[in-house]
Design a protein around this ligand. Structure first.
Ligand code: BGC
Length: 795
C-alpha cells in the first residue's frame, strides 16, 4: 500500500458522494468536492465549492413557521468539463460502457487523478486522464487538466468547459425543505479568450467571481452564454494513439478579499497572469512539501500512516496557513459539504491541541475568530441578564447563535424542537483552548492581548451562571445541556435544560481557577489595564474563589452522575437498539424519548478525563470537599461506556483516550474506529455531507498527546510515551515555545533533537528524567515499557 495515496477503483454511484468528500481538494481559502467534472448535481453527483467564511442567511417556512438559517454557501461551480465522441451524447460515467475507472488522491502533492476508459455506441474506445488541484501556493487558483487518447479511432472530440452559477445548497437531504438559493444577480461574459461569471449572495451581499482560461491543442472555440452560466466548446482533432490535452485554469475572488478593487476584475487578472498547469503544479507541490515538513507523522504501519495522512491532509485543506489571513472559525464538517451548514461548534477543542504544536499561527486564527465575536457573546450573556460572554453553540459569520430552533428527524419525518443551544459548555471549550494555546506557545503577547480577555469574560459568565442554592448549600448551574445531546430536558418537564451537568460544573471550577491564575501570569501593567478595562472587582474574584470550593457535583454508586437526577432515569433495552447510533431518532420514531433513559450520544462525564489529568480532577473534587475513592475513575468509565452509543464521531476519540492506559486493546479499537470515521462512513451516510474534522484532528492529537504523553507545562516539555502494541516507532516534528524539535520514539528510547531556534534553553522531561536542551542539541532518553496496571486510568 502506498501510504500517500487513497485509491478508488471502479465507478459506484452509491459511493460517489462519499468519495467526493474524501477526495475533496482545498487550500484553507476554498475547497471543491471531488465531483466528476462532466456531472451536475443529480442525486449521484454533488459538485460543491465552499469559500471559508462565505455565509448567507435565508428564511424558509417549515411546519408553518418562518425559520432563518445561515449557511456556508455553495459557490458557483468552476469545475464543469464535459466531452463527447462523434455522434454521441456527452460522456456520463453512469450511462457509458466503462472499460476502466480509477481515482487516486495523491495526498503528498494535493493532486486528484482520475483515469477512465470507455467505449461509445459506435465502438470507439477513448481513454481519459485528468489531474486537478486547488492551489496551496496561490489560494485563489485551481486547475483541471484532461488528456484524451482515441485508442482505436481518429476524429473530432467535443470538449465543453463551463462556469456554472445555477448551484444551490441541496447537498443534505434533510435540509431540502429549506431554501438553498443563496446566489442572485448572476452575470457572465467574455474577456478576450477568458470567460467570467459573477454572482452575489442574497443577504450577506458577497460578490463571488470566477474567471477561466481554457487552453487546448486546438485553438478553435465557441462560446455559449446565459446570465447564470457560460461555456466554451473546443473541438479536438484526435489522431489514433496521440494524446490531446485541455487545461482549465480558474481564479476565484470575492468582494471580501484583501487587495482587490472588485471581484470580477481581480479574478480575470489573476487567471490571465496564472502560469501554465505544470508551473502551477510545481509551486503547489512545493507548498505541500513545506506543509508536510511540519505536519509529518511517520510510523511503521502503512495503513495507519495512510489514514493519519488522510486526516492531516483534510485538516490542512480546511485550515491552512492561508486561513491565517481570514476571519474564520473551524467548520465542523470542513469545507467539504453542507452538513451543519458550515457552522462552528465546540469541535476546535479537538483540533487546536494538534495545531498548537504544529501550526500555532493557525490555532491563533481560530481563537481570533472567537475574540472578534466577543462583543456578540457579551450581548448574548446580557440578554439573559448575565455578565461576561456567552458564546453560541453554533456560530457563523457574526457570532450570533445559529442553532436552528427546529430539526428534522429523517426517520419519522417529524420537525422537532432543537434545544441544543443550551450547550453553554462551548464557552468552556474556548477558554480551555486559550489556556492550551498559551501553555504550548508561551505567547504572553497573545495572553495579554486577546487570550486573557476571552478567558476572563467566559469565566465571568460561568461565575454568574452558577447560583448559590441554600437547599444544597452549594453553587449550582441549572437549565443547561452537556455534550451528550440526547438529554435535553427532564422527562415530562415544561422547559428544557438539566441541572448540574457534571462536565459543565467541574470545568467551570477549572476555568475559575485558571482565570485567577491568568491574572497572576500577566505582566503587572497588562494586569492593571485589563482589570480596569473589564471592571473586575475583588468581590467578583472572591466569589469565583468561593465557587471553586462549593460547586455542586452529583455522584451515585461511586460514579460521577452526568447531571442531578440522572440515576432516576430508566435503563434502556439495549438489545432492542443494538448497533443504533442515532438513538434519539430511533426512539422518537418509536414514540419515545432518550430523555427518559440512561443513554448517551457521546462522552459527557468522560470528557473530564479527556481534558483533565486524573490528578487535576482529583484536586478539584478534593477542593470541593467530595471524597474520591481510588476506583472512581474506573467505575465512572465503565458505567458510561455501557450506556453510550457513539452517535458522534467525537465519541470514539475521547474513549480511545480515556482507555489508553487502562484497557489498551479497547482503546486501540476506539482509535481504529475514529481513524475510519469518514473512510468507512461509520455514521451511515454522513461523510458524503462533509468530513468530520474534529474526529480527524482528534486522531492526530491522540498520537501526540495521548500515546506519546506529550504535555507542555510552564515552558517545559514532558513526554510519557506508551506506544500501542501495533506501533514500533513514531517520528514527528513539533514546535514548543518557539523551539522546533524532532521526536523519535521506539520501544527502547526517545530521541529529541532541537533545531537552531527558540529560547536558549528548553527543559525536556521524559518519564521523569530531565535534560536541558540548548539550540541545536539532542538527547536520548531510555523508555523501557512500564507495567500497565489494570485499574490505572491515569495519563
Ligand atoms: C455532536 C457535537 C458536535 C457536532 C458538530 C454533533 O453530532 O454531538 O458534539 O459539536 O456534531 O461536529
Amino acid at each position: 500500500m502506498n501510504s500517500w495515496e487513497l485509491v478508488f477503483d471502479g465507478f459506484d454511484p452509491a459511493q460517489e458522494g462519499l468519495r467526493e468528500a474524501l477526495c475533496a481538494l482545498g487550500n484553507g481559502y476554498f475547497a471543491t468536492r471531488a465531483a466528476a467534472p462532466e456531472a451536475r448535481a443529480d442525486g449521484v453527483h454533488y459538485p460543491g465549492t465552499y469559500i471559508a467564511g462565505c455565509y448567507n442567511r435565508l428564511t424558509s417556512t417549515v411546519a408553518g413557521l418562518d425559520v432563518t438559517n445561515e449557511e456556508l454557501v455553495n459557490a458557483p461551480d468552476w469545475l464543469p468539463l464535459a466531452f463527447a465522441t462523434p455522434e454521441s451524447d456527452w460522456f456520463s460515467a453512469r450511462e457509458s460502457d466503462l472499460l476502466g475507472y480509477r481515482q487516486e488522491l495523491d495526498m503528498r502533492h494535493g493532486v486528484l487523478h482520475r483515469k477512465l476508459r470507455f467505449r461509445d455506441g459506435h465502438g470507439r474506445v477513448t481513454s481519459v486522464r485528468q489531474r486537478r488541484l486547488v492551489s496551496m501556493s496561490d489560494p485563489h487558483l485551481a486547475a483541471l487538466e484532461a488528456t484524451f487518447t482515441a485508442e482505436n479511432w481518429s476524429g473530432p472530440l467535443r470538449v465543453s468547459s463551463a462556469l456554472d452559477g445555477r448551484v444551490t445548497n441541496r447537498g443534505v437531504k434533510r435540509y431540502r425543505d429549506l431554501r438553498g438559493d443563496h446566489l442572485t444577480d448572476h452575470s457572465t461574459g467574455q474577456d478576450g479568450d477568458l470567460t467570467w461569471l459573477r454572482a452575489r449572495t442574497r443577504s450577506s451581499e458577497i460578490t463571488i467571481a470566477l474567471a477561466a482560461r481554457v487552453e487546448s491543442d486546438d485553438g478553435r472555440s465557441e462560446f455559449l452564454q446565459e446570465a447564470e452560466w457560460i461555456s466554451e466548446e473546443h473541438v479536438l482533432d484526435l489522431r489514433q494513439g496521440s494524446p490531446a490535452t485541455v487545461t482549465k485554469t480558474v481564479a476565484l475572488a470575492t468582494s471580501r478579499d484583501h487587495a482587490v478593487a472588485d471581484a470580477r476584475s481581480a479574478a480575470l487578472r489573476w487567471v490571465r497572469l496564472a502560469p501554465c498547469f505544470d508551473t502551477l503544479l510545481s509551486r503547489h507541490r512545493h507548498a505541500w512539501d513545506r506543509l508536510w515538513t511540519r505536519a509529518r507523522l511517520d510510523l511503521d504501519d502503512p495503513e495507519d500512516a495512510r489514514n493519519l495522512r488522510l486526516h492531516t491532509f483534510h485538516v490542512l485543506q480546511t485550515l491552512s496557513p492561508h486561513t491565517t489571513d481570514l476571519d474564520v472559525g473551524m467548520p465542523a464538517r470542513g469545507l467539504h459539504g453542507e452538513a451543519y451548514r458550515g457552522h462552528v461548534f465546540w469541535d476546535e477543542l479537538f483540533v487546536i491541541p494538534w495545531l498548537n504544536v504544529r501550526f500555532p499561527e493557525i490555532s491563533r486564527t481560530l481563537l481570533r475568530y472567537r475574540h472578534r465575536r466577543l462583543p456578540e457573546a457579551r450581548n448574548a450573556a446580557s440578554a439573559l441578564g448575565l455578565p461576561g460572554a456567552m458564546f453560541p453553540w453554533q456560530s457563523g459569520s457574526d457570532g450570533q447563535e445559529e442553532t436552528p430552533f427546529l430539526h428534522l428527524n429523517p426517520r419519522s419525518g417529524h420537525w422537532l424542537p432543537d434545544n441544543s443551544r443550551l450547550q453553554r459548555h462551548v464557552g468552556l471549550a474556548i477558554a480551555y483552548n486559550v489556556w492550551q494555546h498559551y501553555a504550548a506557545t508561551g505567547d504572553v503577547e497573545f495572553l495579554a492581548g486577546s487570550g486573557a480577555e476571552l478567558l476572563i469574560e467566559i469565566a465571568r459568565f460561568f461565575g454568574a451562571l452558577a447560583r448559590f442554592e441554600p437547599a444544597s448549600g452549594r453553587y449550582e448551574i441549572r437549565g443547561v445541556m452537556g455534550p451528550d445531546e440526547y438529554h435535553e430536558a427532564y422527562p415530562g418537564a415544561d422547559s428544557p435544560g438539566l441541572d448540574n451537568n457534571a462536565y459543565t460544573n467541574i470545568m467551570t471550577v477549572w476555568l475559575l481557577l485558571r482565570a485567577r491564575e491568568t491574572l497572576r501570569l500577566l505582566p503587572r501593567r497588562e494586569r492593571g489595564e485589563l482589570t480596569v478595562r473589564l471592571a473586575l472587582t475583588e468581590e467578583e474574584l472572591d466569589r469565583w474563589e468561593e465557587i471553586t470550593h462549593r460547586m455542586r457535583v452529583d455522584f451515585h454508586d461511586g460514579v460521577i452522575s452526568q447531571f442531578t437526577g440522572y440515576t432516576d432515569l430508566l435503563e434502556l433495552d439495549w438489545d432492542r437498539y443494538q448497533g443504533v447510533r442515532r438513538l434519539d431518532r430511533a426512539l422518537e420514531a418509536d414514540g419515545e424519548s432518550p430523555n427518559r433513559y440512561q443513554v448517551s450520544k457521546q462522552a459527557d462525564v468522560l470528557m473530564l478525563f479527556y481534558l483533565l489529568t486524573a490528578e487535576e480532577l482529583r484536586e478539584i473534587l478534593d477542593r470541593l470537599g467530595y471524597p474520591v475513592k481510588p476506583d472512581m475513575v474506573q467505575r465512572t468509565i465503565r458505567y458510561y461506556l455501557e450506556r453510550t452509543c457513539h452517535g458522534s464521531t467525537l465519541s470514539a476519540v475521547v474513549h480511545a483516550w480515556v482507555l489508553a492506559r487502562s484497557d489498551r486493546s479497547r482503546s486501540w479499537r476506539f482509535r481504529t474506529e475514529a481513524l475510519g470515521s469518514d473512510l468507512n462512513d461509520v455514521q451511515g451516510g454522513t461523510t458524503a455531507e462533509g468530513i468530520h474534522l474534529g474526529a480527524m484532528a482528534g486522531t492526530l492529537d491522540l498520537m501526540q498527546r495521548c500515546y506519546l504523553g506529550l504535555e507542555v507545562h510552564h515552558g517545559s516539555l514532558y513526554l510519557n510515551p506508551l506506544l500501542p502494541d501495533r506501533l514500533a516507532t513514531l517520528s514527528l516534528p513539533i514546535r514548543v515555545h518557539g523551539a522546533s524539535l524532532s521526536i523519535e520514539v521506539d520501544r527502547g528510547q526517545a530521541r529529541i533533537t532541537r533545531a537552531d531556534d527558540g529560547p536558549a534553553h528548553l527543559r525536556v522531561t521524559v518519564r521523569g528524567q530531565s535534560a536541558i536542551l540548548g539550540r541545536g542539541a539532542g538527547h536520548t532518553f531510555p523508555v523501557s515499557r512500564p507495567d500497565v496496571m489494570s485499574g490505572d486510568a491515569e495519563r
